[in-house]
Structures are given as C-alpha cells and as structure tokens.
Design a protein around this ligand. Sequence first.
Ligand SMILES: *Cc1c(COP(=O)(O)O)cnc(C)c1O
Length: 472
Amino acid sequence: MPDPPAVWGTMDDEIDDVFATAAMRTPAPKDSFPTDERPAREVYQLVRDELLLDGVARMNLATFCTTWLEPEAAQLMADSVAKNIIDKDEYPQTAEIERRGVALVADLFHAPDPAHAVGTSTTGSSEAAMLAGLAAKWRWRAKRKAAGLDDSKPNLVCGSVQVCWEKFARYFDVELRQVPMPSGFLLTPEDAVAHCDENTIAVVATFGQTFTGLFEDVAGISAALDDLQQRTGLDIPLHVDAASGGFVAPFCAPDLEWDFRLPRVKSINASGHKTGMAPLGSGWAIWRERADLPDELIFDVNYLGGDMPTFTLNFSRPGGQVITSYYLFLRLGRTGYAKVQDAAYTVAQRIADGVRDLGRFDLVFDGDPSRGIPCITWRSADGDDAILFDLATELRARGWLVPAYTLPADQDARAVQRVVVRHGMSVDMADLLLADIRRSLDSLAKVPAGMHMPSSESTGFNHDAVPRVPLS
Ligand SMILES: *Cc1c(COP(=O)(O)O)cnc(C)c1O
C-alpha cells in the first residue's frame, strides 16, 4: 500500500471507519497461513461480507434442512456453545436432556418401552444411518456365527436411497443391493423381497424419499417380509430412514403405520435438523429394544470422570443441537408441530396448484400429507427435460434455488424438479415464487431452446457441480 497523504495524519485502525482500514485495502491471505494479527472488528466485517455471496438460505428450496429458528432457539444454541455432549460427567444435565430427547423421539415413533428407549443423538441422519447399519451388520453376523455359517458377504437391500446408504455400504464393506427406480419411483414390497437372501442384514425403507418427497410403503414392505419369513424362514429386519418423514407423519398422518408399530422395524433414523426444525447438526438413531443394539458397539468411557456408555462415530460434539431440540419438543408439543407442518403442507399445495395451472408440468408428488413430506415434485408434460434445467437457472437469477435433476437408475432417465417447503415459508412467499416461475417461463419462451447458460457460469453458484449436493 502506498504511503497515505500527510493531511490524513496517522492512520488509526481503532477509530477509522472499518472500510478505511488496512484489512479492507489489501487482499486477505487465501492460500498461505497469515503472519500477523488483525483487529477482530475488521476481520469480522471481512468474513461476514464474503458470506454475502452465498445464497439466501430461506430461498434455497432444495434443502430439507432448517433455515429458520425462533430467537429463543438461537439463544439456546449460543448459550450452549461450550457444552461438549461427550463429556457427560461435566455436563450431566446436557446428558440427561439427551436421554429425554431419545425417550421423547422413541415415544413419538411408538417404541414399546420409551422410558427405557435405546438410542442416541447424532450429527444428522447420515451418522444415525451408519450406526443403525452397523447394528444390523453385527446382529446378522452374530446369528451367522452362532449357526456356523459364512459371515463374509453381508448385503443391504434398498430402493433409491440418499447417498448416506451408499457411503455406509462402501465404508463398512456391505454389498448394496439397490433396486432400480421403478415407474412408481418407490421401492415395492415385491422388489424388496426379491432381492433378499440369507446374507441380507436389513431392508431400508425410505420414509420421505429424497428424489420425490414420497413415503415408501413401509407397512407393505414389512408385510412382504413377514410373508417371506413364513415361506422360507428368512427373518430380515427392517430399518426406516425417516430423515425427513419422521417429524411430519406423527403429527399430520398419525394413522399411517411406518414406525415401531410394525414389529419388523428394528431401528429408525431421523434428522432433527430437517422437519424436526432443530438447528443444523441434529439427528436421532433409535432402536426398537435393547436386544437390537449389540453390546460390542457400545463403548464405556471413564477418562472424563464417570462411566458413560457411548455409541457414536464422533467423540467431542456440540451439545446445543440436543438442547435446542429438547426446547422445541417442549415448546411445540404434538399440537405445535402439527400446526407448523400443516402450514407447510398448505403452502406446498398452493405451489402444487400453481404449477399444475401452468399446464406444462405433470406433478409427481403434490404435497399430500398421507403420501409424503411437505414438498412438490414435477416433470415436464411433453418430455422436454431441458425446460426444467432452464427454469432452475432462471429462478436462480432471482435468488430461488429450485433444483432440477435426473432420477437415479430410472429406466427412462427422466428429470424432475422439486420444491421443499419448510418451517419459515408463507403462502405469500409461495405466491412470489409462483410469480417468478411464470415470469421465468415467459422469458424462456423468448430464447431458443438450449441457449441458456449453465447455472454455475451465470450466477457464480456451483451447487450443480455435484448433482447430489442440492438433494440434501
Ligand atoms: C437428508 C437425508 C439423509 C441424510 O441426512 P443428514 O441429516 O443430512 O445427514 C438420509 N436419508 C434421507 C432420506 C434424507 O432425506
């Protein structure tokens, strides 16, 4: 930086306007570790400003995750910043609140004995899925060993699952028997059974499918596995991935049987930070009963003082997510959750009606609470998938993230487009979105097909580089 003119007197980073300071006049180091300190005020401004280039979280209609928190919930997160959930001796009330959280979620999912529920909080459904998958693998292996049978070829049967199950299978050496997506999008009971054999550690049913928002037919799959057991003796446990459905169906479709009411369901994962409305980093893994979680997977740690069983992939982890989840359970109760989720379904159905009225799209899922989560998915009526991707690009210019993506292993490789409606979206916002969809389609009609810039080039966002990313 050249010397400042003499008339300025001394430069004083303490009192100068933050944008007149050295931090704002020279580029921040990007690839080498900085040598010198800088004042907190300047660096805070610098970092905060850089984040302006991220999308607006609440206009990200791709994510299932929480983007709106009550002030009290945000305050509890801040209050809990030093609480390490693994340190159950130092923070016994955080540990007790986690225990209660597990019991409340187990009760919500109709576990037979919620007061003695077996489960843990996690960083999200992915960690919960790893733990449930491991428990299933260990149970299967113990059974095989006891019978003197080969235990080297475990497999897991599922439909079009979220990437966490592909990770589980690869990280923990389990063959993933993924049934290709049928025309109805969801794993059918017949397909599930047809892929099972003596080496199947579990079938995973997705309750709130990532790609469409639809609920898989857990009860139907369970009944088909009952029938398989009667015919062949094969007793295959069912795990339910209720990452997004777990905190809507209990309130908005309470008669739908998808949980521990089905005796074959041995474990369930749910993301607290999706429809549970908790801050990011919150999930739950719950087992039906004690016998479903093998002892070998539980570690007793004594070096923090006290003797505490743990079953997680992390060690140190923030406690605020569990504390804030507990706050939300107390704050809302069943009635409060039902009201919030019902409002989300109302918004979803309004968007569904608006999209239907455009006359160009077929709804794959219309946000019906008995069939899926508050979400709408559509495809183009005339088979022209480019319109979906062009529409996504146009909407991004207005700040909306409405992803278009091809379906996995779909016979006809068609694309769909999806809007997830979350806590924090009003009917007014839905109308603004619909107005932008209409405006975008009008402007696209004036441009020859295929002439639109890919979204990453036109906006600087690069969420599409890995197609899975928007499909959280
Ligand atoms: C989001 C999601 C996951 C992964 O959950 P995280 O909480 O993001 O780790 C797994 N399965 C399904 C069906 C999901 O929707």
